[in-house]
Ligand binder design. Structure first.
Ligand SMILES: *Cc1c(COP(=O)(O)O)cnc(C)c1O
Length: 340
């Protein structure tokens, strides 16, 4: 596809074909040399553990074309560490940090023409994925694994501007179990959240705010994103064994401290929502998506966070600062960008 035919600012979060993807196979205890390919399919054994027992983990990160024309990949090392954690969680072969970095950089460079121009609001989404390959009908971890990195350009998350949305609480669904796989980036967690997400969308909400799966007292994740709020001028975000440690959340916590705010990562009681002045869902896709209202569908209680439905000053400032760092408009004081 010729990239001059792409309408960057209106791309969806779908899949635009790019030129190459890169792959490595774990066999006999080691990762193979990196293979570059233009094939978008894989040849998979029908008894592969990825298909039957859910040995599948992934990552999501982005590359941006900066103000200076250079390409920046945001927090590459953090994603490398996290996928290795996910691999250990599912008894898969961990990809080394070096291999992860090399493959991500190679995938971006090979598809450089798909990195959207500065100012378009679009970015190059990077999707590393690892799957269990070995044929095995008995329940056991595979011996062989494939690690693949592909990229695809995605449009701006906020196509109609930085607009707050409503989210909801529904106690009939859990995304993950209390000591389960929630802390790892596992495809199965997404399968487990599809019903609740679909129901929320049908009711006009952008996401489900899950409560902790054990006691249903504390705030947990917000759909496939972390949740944070501003209370008494402090940045508060849930601490829990069932939450995926979001790299965006971690970055926003650092920026909040830089801006002089106190940060608390702790159990947050549902009732505390009555006293928050701002709230947002955060993750790579949106950075921060402001929340206007949280409706508890079981009790009928509505927590109105933004009565005028305008994004609050703190969430806006954090969002602007993080975006500016990603685009090379603001100094990268914490060394988060890998500049190609
Ligand atoms: C990927 C993901 C996030 C966001 O993590 P980032 O590193 O900020 O993109 C949050 N929650 C879940 C369940 C996720 O899978």
């Amino acid at each position: 596809m010729a990239t001059n035919e792409l309408d960057w600012a209106n791309l969806s979060f779908g899949y635009v074909p790019t030129d190459y993807n890169v792959r490595s196979t774990f066999r006999d205890g080691k990762w193979s040399p990196i293979e570059e390919t233009d094939s978008t399919t894989i040849d998979l054994h029908i008894a592969a553990t990825a298909l039957h027992y859910g040995q599948e983990i992934f990552e999501g990160l982005k590359a941006f074309r900066g103000k200076d024309g250079k390409i920046r990949i945001f927090r590459l090392e953090e994603n490398a560490r996290r996928i290795a954690e996910s691999a250990r969680g599912l008894l898969m072969a961990p990809v080394t940090e070096e291999l992860f970095k090399e493959m991500v950089i190679r995938a971006v460079k090979l598809n450089e023409r798909f990195v959207p121009p500065y100012g378009s609001g679009a970015s190059l989404y990077i999707r590393p994925v690892e799957i269990g390959l070995s044929a095995q009908v008995g329940v056991a971890p595979a011996k062989e694994y494939a690690f693949i990195v592909f990229v695809t350009p995605v449009g701006p998350y906020f196509k109609e501007g930085f607009k707050p949305t409503n989210i909801c609480i529904m106690r009939e669904y859990d995304r993950v179990a209390p000591k389960g796989t929630g802390r790892w980036k596992v495809g199965g967690n997404y399968a487990a959240s599809l019903q609740a997400g679909m129901k929320a969308h049908e009711l006009g909400y952008s996401a489900v705010l899950y409560l902790d799966p054990k006691e249903k007292k504390y705030l947990d994740e917000c759909g496939p994103a972390n949740f944070f709020a501003i209370k008494d001028g402090k940045y508060i975000t849930p601490a829990s064994d069932s939450i995926l440690p979001s790299i965006t959340n971690k970055s926003l916590m650092t920026l909040a401290r830089d801006m002089g705010m106190e940060v608390e990562q702790r159990h947050i009681l549902l009732e505390e929502l009555a006293d928050v002045t701002e709230a947002a869902a955060c993750g790579t896709a949106a950075v921060a998506s402001p929340v206007a209202e949280i409706d508890d569908l079981d009790t009928g209680h509505k927590y109105v966070i933004l009565p005028d439905r305008k994004p609050g000053p703190v969430v806006t400032a954090l969002y602007d600062r993080l975006r500016a760092i990603q685009l090379g408009e603001y100094p990268d004081e914490h060394g988060w960008n890998t500049v190609l």
